[in-house]
Design a protein around this ligand. Structure first.
Ligand SMILES: Cc1cc2nc3c(=O)[nH]c(=O)nc-3n(C[C@H](O)[C@H](O)[C@H](O)COP(=O)(O)OP(=O)(O)OC[C@H]3O[C@@H](n4cnc5c(N)ncnc54)[C@H](O)[C@@H]3O)c2cc1C
Length: 480
């Protein structure tokens, strides 16, 4: 009787899951297992939880859905809380698994767990096989060795688009046979991690529910039910509502939806509906996601250091835990476009790409804070947190990453006028500013106090005084 333990990580799905598909094919019985690692729920050095309530809830829902999917196919998911490098070898021994299968991760914390696990399993004479399953392009298909990965995205994209084919999906197993005596193991709740259950905010772009079922529904909605994909390139910089971009990121980050599934669906959409710049652009964005994962593999721990993957000389900033950082984190900088985005993040776990670029640039370039504090806050709050995409993008914005342009600067006020000309987004999240006319709502601090009072706003009372008095300027370099 051959048994293989499948360790689920950020791959909480049964479609296109090479480790599961291979185990089901090779073994008589599989032992599917998910392990909540308490280190991921500890407090960071900045004083807030490493995984906040929204993301924890999404993760819990995703694991619940995975358990249901496995049950529907006759199996059972073992759920544990503990250090995977201790839990997995114990379960493997207990259930007499001959091998462990899992997907490979790319970043430091995850790789350290893999190393410790491998060591322990080796002592028990149990082999572990890793599969590559997070990206659109398989790591083995890249047309260059990882050490020669281009430092500029466009070079990566051009070479891969030319030489690499996206591999076919692994079909979801129809049946998952597990040992008869697997115990029932409950999924912990958000409260079990010392966090309050997050309170939904009706202003949120979407009600995000974790799990493969919901992720695939969202894909169906965005492509087939609403045809939103047709206009993605024109709408993707939007700020308000559920439809401007795909919102697939949280399901991609937890692995509830495979990027190859999205790709295949886009190709089918191109055949059956329309092929245009927008359909290409969704795949283009997935290539950014791929790129940051390969960058993380190439550069290892440098991604998390102040000097980033460029090993740039940076001044260690003193702003950790300072009042300035707290005001940025809580949406109280006095610059409405920044504050609205930060409030949205705190209240919902989501922020648009346009918002992220602006608040990150503002923290680093205008407040001169250490980008790592901002990245840690994003890590805590974002539903779609992914170590490669988050730290890769922060490196990029902070000028210590893959940006070919030197010293890119976002003028947040200019961006606000461009992407929120009527001030609707800012007023949505900062109702105190709702009576200020559109041209002035992005710079209330430039209005005379009397006029501002006429709109019901006194700085320092109804709305924060500005940390910096930004004005629209012309000399900014725009982003991609
Ligand atoms: C400072 C900063 C931090 C970020 N942190 C994360 C993160 O932790 N996790 C994350 O998934 N994205 C991150 N992004 C990228 C991007 O903002 C989100 O992927 C996007 O806003 C998610 O919304 P969506 O799914 O509707 O995206 P869409 O516009 O619909 O894009 C489709 C998919 O492409 C991928 N994608 C799009 N843009 C990027 C990008 N710049 N980098 C990497 N992948 C991209 C995502 O998987 C996304 O779901 C970050 C961007 C910035 C500037």
């Amino acid at each position: 009787m051959r048994r293989i333990l499948v360790w689920f990580r950020s791959d909480l799905r049964i479609h296109d899951h090479e480790a599961l598909a291979t185990a089901v094919r090779k073994a008589d019985e599989v032992i599917p297992c998910y392990c909540f690692d308490p280190r991921q729920f500890a407090r960071t050095g900045y004083g807030f939880p490493k995984t906040g309530a929204f993301r924890t809830q999404f993760l819990v829902e995703s694991v619940e859905n995975l358990a249901a999917q496995i049950r529907r196919r006759g199996g059972k998911l073992l759920i544990a809380v503990g250090h995977p490098e201790e839990v997995i070898p114990r379960l493997a021994a207990e259930h007499r698994a001959e091998a462990v299968y899992a997907h490979k991760e790319a970043t430091d914390e995850e790789v350290r767990v893999e190393d410790a696990l491998e060591k322990q399993l080796w002592r028990q004479r149990i082999p572990i096989d890793y599969f590559w399953g997070h990206t659109l392009y398989h790591a083995d298909d890249l047309p260059f060795p990882l050490k020669n990965l281009p430092e500029i995205f466009t070079d990566f994209r051009k070479q891969t688009e030319r030489y690499v084919q996206v591999r076919a999906e692994f079909p979801a197993p129809e049946k998952i046979r597990v040992p008869a005596l697997l115990p029932d193991t409950p999924v912990p709740s958000v409260n079990d991690f010392g966090l309050p259950r997050p309170v939904p905010d009706e202003r949120a772009v979407l009600t995000f529910v974790g799990g493969e079922t919901e992720g695939l529904e969202r894909l169906k909605y965005y492509l087939w039910e609403t045809d939103l994909l047709r206009h993605y390139k024109e709408t993707r910089n939007g700020l308000l509502g559920g439809d401007f971009s795909s919102k697939l990121a949280p399901w991609l980050a937890t692995g509830c939806v495979s990027p190859r599934r999205i790709y295949q669906e886009v190709k089918r959409y191109e055949r059956e509906r329309v092929k245009n710049d927008s359909t290409y652009w969704l795949v283009f964005e997935l290539l950014w996601r791929d790129y940051f994962r390969f960058v993380a593999r190439k550069h290892g721990n440098a991604l998390f250091k102040a000097g980033g993957i460029r090993n740039a000389a940076v001044q260690e900033s003193q702003l950790f835990g300072s009042e300035t950082f707290e005001r940025w984190r809580n949406g109280q900088t006095g610059v409405p476009f920044v504050d609205a985005n930060m409030v949205e993040l705190r209240q919902t776990g989501f922020m648009s790409n346009r918002g992220r670029q602006n608040v990150a640039s503002f923290l680093v370039k205008d407040l001169k804070a250490d980008w790592r504090a901002g990245a840690a806050w994003f890590e805590s709050q974002l539903l779609d947190y992914d170590p490669c995409s988050n730290y890769g993008n922060w490196n990029y914005v902070a000028g210590v990453g893959n940006d070919p342009r030197e010293d890119r600067y976002f003028n947040v006020v200019k961006q606000a006028h461009q992407y929120d000309p009527a001030g609707e987004y800012v007023k949505h999240w900062l109702p105190a500013l709702s009576r200020i006319p559109a041209p002035h709502v992005h710079t209330p601090y430039l209005l005379p106090p009397d006029e501002l009072a006429g709109y019901g706003v006194r700085l320092g009372e109804d709305y924060s005084r500005p940390l910096v008095r930004l004005e629209p300027r012309k000399n900014e370099q725009m982003s991609k």
